[in-house]
Every structure is written in C-alpha cells, then in structure tokens.
Design a binder for this molecule. Sequence first.
Ligand SMILES: Nc1ncnc2c1ncn2[C@@H]1O[C@H](COP(=O)(O)OP(=O)(O)OP(=O)(O)O)[C@@H](O)[C@H]1O
Ligand SMILES: [Mg+2]
Length: 358
Amino acid sequence: MNKEVRIPTGISGLDRVIEGGVRDNTTLLVVGSSGTGKSTFAMQYLTYGLEHGENALYISMEEPPEQIMREARMLGFNLDKYYEKELFFFHSKGKDFVKLVDEQLPALVEANKNYSVKTRVVIDPLTPLIWSVNDKQEQREIITKLFYTMKQLGPVLITTEEHAAPGETIGEDVLIPIYMSDGAVHLTYRPIGGAFNRALEIVKMRATRHGEEVYPYIFVRGIGVVVRTTPLISAEDMRKYDDLFDQAIRTAADLGANETVLERLAYVKENWSYPFSPKETLQIFFESQGFTDALTREEIARRKEESMPSDVQLDIGELSANGSAEITEDIPEEKNADAEEEGLIEIDDLRELEEMIQ
Ligand SMILES: Nc1ncnc2c1ncn2[C@@H]1O[C@H](COP(=O)(O)OP(=O)(O)OP(=O)(O)O)[C@@H](O)[C@H]1O
Ligand SMILES: [Mg+2]
C-alpha cells in the first residue's frame, strides 16, 4: 500500500485518478500539440499551490514574465497579488540552455535550500530546450540534470509540445522527456467538432495506481480545465476479491511457491484495482511460474503431505490455461476422496467461488 503524501495538482478531475495527486520532488510532464491546453494546466497547477500557501516558480525559456501574466489573465487566472511575493519567474533570456541547467538553476536551488515553504515549479514549455540540442545523448543528459535540479524544490510540472507524425501515437520528439519524467499525461485534440474532442490520457505515473482511460476535458472559465474522470474503484470494492486471492496464495504455497512469490501475490492482492476478477491474471501468472503443466495432482498431493496441510485447495486445473483436462484425467477418484477426508475442499470452478464472494 502506498501511504506516501500526495500533493494535489489542482487540475480538476486529474487528482481523482492518480491517488490524490503527485508525490513531492517528482516531475510530471504534460505533453500535447499546440493549443491543447498545456499552459492552462500549468497555470491551474501553480494557482492551486499559491492558494494553498505554497510558493511557485515559473521557468520560461522564451516568453517574458509580463507576457505570461497577461496570457494567464486571458485564461482566467489573475496572479497579480502573488507576483514577486510568492510567485517568482525565471526567464532564461539567452539561448544558452546549457549554462541555465549547469549553473543558473542549481545556484537558484542552492539559494533556496534552507527555505521551508514548499515551492511548486513549472517549466512551460520545455520545447525550446529540446530543440536547441540535436544530439539525443546530450538531450538526455541536459533533461536529466534539469529535472534532478528542479525536483529538489518541490513537485515540478513541465509542459512540452509534441509534433506527432500521422499514424504516430506519441511524437518521437517527446519520448526522451517522457522517459525521464516520473509521470506523464498526454493531451490530444481531435478536430471533429463537438464539445468533447479534447482528451487526456495518463501515459505513466511512477509508484501510483492510476486510471487508464481516455478522459475528455473541457475548458471552464474561472477554473481552467476540468478533466471528466470517474473515480477509481473504492477501497471497499478493492477488497472484493480478497478471498479469491487468499485461495490462490494457499494454492501457490501448496505447489511449492517460494516466499518471494507468495509475498508478491500478497502484494498483488493488496493492490488489485480493477473492477473485474483477478482469476485470469492469476492463471496466467501461475502458468508463467510453472505451477501448471509440470505438476500433476499426484505431485501436488505428495507435496502437500510433506508440508503443512492447508484448509482450502484451489483446483489447479482451473488455474491452468491449457492442459487442464490432462491434469484432471490423471486423478484417480480415490485421490479426490482422500483429499476431502483430509479436509481439503476441491473447488472446480472459480466462478462459483466468485459468486460466493459476491
Ligand atoms: N475558456 C476557454 N474556452 C474554450 N477554449 C479555450 C478556453 N481557454 C483556452 N481555450 C483553448 O485552449 C487553447 C490554448 O490553451 P493553452 O494556451 O493552455 O494551450 P497550449 O497547449 O499551452 O498552447 P501552446 O502550444 O500555444 O502553448 C486556446 O487557443 C483555446 O483554443
Ligand atoms: Mg502554452
């Protein structure tokens, strides 16, 4: 279970599907083509922090602060009262991004070191820096360094413009920043008319149970964007398959699974977040661990005799994707009877079990 403190992004709807927000000292990349709303996301993110007693640092590579403030106002964010009190700008006037990343920003972070107020950082957009470096290796190094430096201040939101070629799902030019970020959301715009032709997808979110759908978002004057998400399944619903997991864990133990595998299964149980049964997943996992074809029931029974008797036994045939018929045929009737005498319940169909649970 992840009990780490989450920092709300303030981007309406997004926090719902990322366990409440981002983790401190991480980077969140917002990727999208021109006009998808990246700056709106960034402003909303900053505003939330400012309105909740945090400081904010806005790093711009091209636009001067006055222009950013003006555009923010047009997007419905009036940041005047925070300007140079809680909200600071770092405008890289020159095009010397290497110097910016190697010297200026580390110096800024160093100067802020003993400052206790949390600072959320926005880099909007990262694009000029990416374009200034052609060599991929160099690009990687400069982005790594930039992210590493800025993360020390607080949670960082970076936007970057994408230029996807036709047929590409994600533009090639943004793969490195996505790879280097702790989290990434992808904004797409489909010019097909109608109100809901903009959509957000979570590409990745490290150490986070996150939504996997395509979420439409709308612009709302006075708020910014509202991402139309449905909350992830409730904590209560997450527990729905506990019994099934417990059976599977016992079965795995009976089949000689080592401690690591059992711990892993327990972890999966704690984190199962889908509204559907984990049965198929467990079948596939068991098979990948060699818990199926290699083992006949006799072998299972033999192993069981050697180890502690367990009270419930899952039918491995049911957990096996193939070859289940063979396994079943191998079993003499008495064996089954024996098993029952030992107090082992044979459950032939996990579906029954699921029904029982529901
Ligand atoms: N209140 C609104 N109602 C409708 N559309 C809006 C609203 N606010 C913003 N938009 C749309 O979003 C677009 C730009 O938003 P934003 O500046 O956040 O995008 P961006 O991805 O940062 O763009 P760029 O690549 O130019 O930096 C506007 O051009 C407009 O089409
Ligand atoms: Mg923008």
